[in-house]
Write a protein that binds this ligand. Structure first.
Ligand code: NAD
Length: 420
């Protein structure tokens, strides 16, 4: 991310475009351009050497028209207020598009978690949750993991909140360990959801996903499961990569073997049953049917968009395609399944976890997975149909349709509640 890149400005620009597309006025734009509440907290943490260190954290609660705020907390050295606000706005659209009874929220702490000991990390996490304990809650605001936070972080949050409020509030966070009310399905949810979205897009574009070639950039949680399930669905995953580089085999890669090598050696590039090694840049430009960016933002830009050969791009990562690049992709007829649709599997299963916690635990993992699949399929087709029927597809990609559906839902809820 460059220094001048301000995600909040970008998020507002997207909102403006959608408001204009829907013919809603400035009144609606103003009501949605700012978070309902933004909390900044100063955290004092006792370090292992006996000194005290100060950290800054935020929680942005963007919109609650459709329900309690929902969204993750990230720990990152570059996290800042504007990033957290933008991410909370994107969560509002993602949750609305998924048809979940949630608004949008996001949190962050400016910290390099790799520099903290487990004890320091626990004290920081507990301090953060204690500082925001009055605004989060099972029916108010429900955090979850994001960059560099995980089920252990959620366990600390849940415990701290339950201690302060003197109860057992399992539903105050999602993405918890299985022992504390989490679901195994949450682990596969984002990648599985992306695979389902890519499969549905492939049915539209190629008549099916079987035999179609796939390249996946990023082999972490989202990328590995997207590759695994796409290959189980009959696609041929010919290329995968991680931060150290990529690998290619035109006959298809054995995803489980690649995963084993990645776990054992730290990178996919040490897998030997390949035709050649490739760079991350080459991976994006391969002559494949489906491209799944599942690593970082801004990888498909106006510089390389013209060289992208895939006919379908399913965005597992958040924000992998720049707006300028999307114009080029749209003019080439490339279908982009946007991030707020393609990677919503995580929050969809978070919702199932939350419902399960509130009901005292009843759901079976197979049922959670089936519900995730059903929701991804329905959501994909709702966006596809809107795009095909209501928009000029030579000018707009699926993203415009996804945003239009989401913003309209939030607008209608605000109107019904008498806010505007
Ligand atoms: P992760 O940390 O598990 O994996 C990230 C992968 O990307 C790793 O394999 C890493 O080596 C690779 N990578 C990092 N920098 C790279 C680079 N410059 N080029 C190529 N590969 C690179 O993270 P994740 O949870 O899989 O998240 C990946 C993306 O998916 C992010 O954009 C995240 O916001 C998005 N996402 C994840 C979830 C989820 O539930 N995990 C949900 C929604 C969105």
């Amino acid at each position: 991310m460059s220094v001048t890149h301000d995600p909040y400005e970008e998020a507002k620009k997207q909102l403006r475009q959608t408001i204009d597309l829907l013919g809603l006025g400035d009144e609606v734009y103003e009501a949605l351009a700012y978070p309902e509440r933004l909390i900044r907290v100063r955290l004092l943490v006792k370090m292992d050497d006996g000194t005290t260190k100060t950290f800054i954290g935020w929680r942005s609660e963007h919109n609650s028209a459709l329900g309690p705020y929902k969204g993750g907390v990230r720990y990152h050295p570059q996290t800042n207020e504007h990033e957290v606000i933008a991410l909370s706005m994107w969560m509002t659209w993602k949750n609305a598009l998924a048809g979940l009874p949630y608004g949008g929220g996001k949190g962050g702490i400016r910290v390099d978690p790799k520099k903290l000991s487990p004890g320091e990390l626990e004290r920081l996490s507990r301090a953060y949750f204690a500082a925001i304990a009055d605004v989060v809650g099972v029916d108010q605001d429900i955090p979850a993991p994001d960059v560099y936070t995980n089920p252990q972080t959620m366990a600390w949050y849940f415990d701290e909140y339950s201690r302060i409020k003197r109860g057992q509030y399992f539903g105050v966070v999602t993405g918890k360990p299985l022992e504390l009310g989490g679901l195994q399905t949450r682990v596969i949810s984002t990648g599985y959801g992306t695979a389902v979205a890519a499969r549905e897009a492939a049915k539209k574009v190629f008549g099916g996903v079987e035999g179609r070639t796939v390249a996946v950039q990023g082999f972490g949680n989202a990328g590995y499961y997207a590759a695994k399930f796409l290959s189980e669905m009959g696609a041929i995953v010919v290329a995968v990569s991680d931060s150290k580089g990529g690998i290619y085999n035109s006959k298809g890669l054995n995803i489980e073997e690649v995963k084993k090598v990645k776990d054992e050696t730290g990178s996919v590039i040490n897998y030997s049953n390949i035709e050649r090694k490739i760079t991350n840049e080459e991976l994006l430009e391969l002559d494949v049917d489906i491209l799944v960016p599942a690593a970082i933002e801004n990888v498909i830009t106006e510089e390389n968009a013209d060289r992208i050969k895939a006919k379908v791009i399913a965005e597992a990562a958040n924000g992998p395609t720049t707006p300028e690049a999307e114009k080029v992709l749209t003019s080439k007829g490339i279908v982009v399944v946007p991030d707020i649709l393609a990677n919503a599997g995580g929050v969809i299963v978070s919702h199932i976890e939350w419902v399960n916690n509130r009901m005292g635990g009843w759901i079976r993992e197979e049922e959670a997975k089936a519900r995730l699949e059903e929701k991804m399929v329905n959501n994909f087709h709702a966006v596809w149909d809107y795009w095909q029927k209501k928009l000029d597809t030579s000018k707009y990609n699926m993203r415009a349709a996804a945003y239009a559906i989401a913003v309209e839902r939030v607008y209608r809820a605000m109107k019904l509640r008498g806010w505007i």
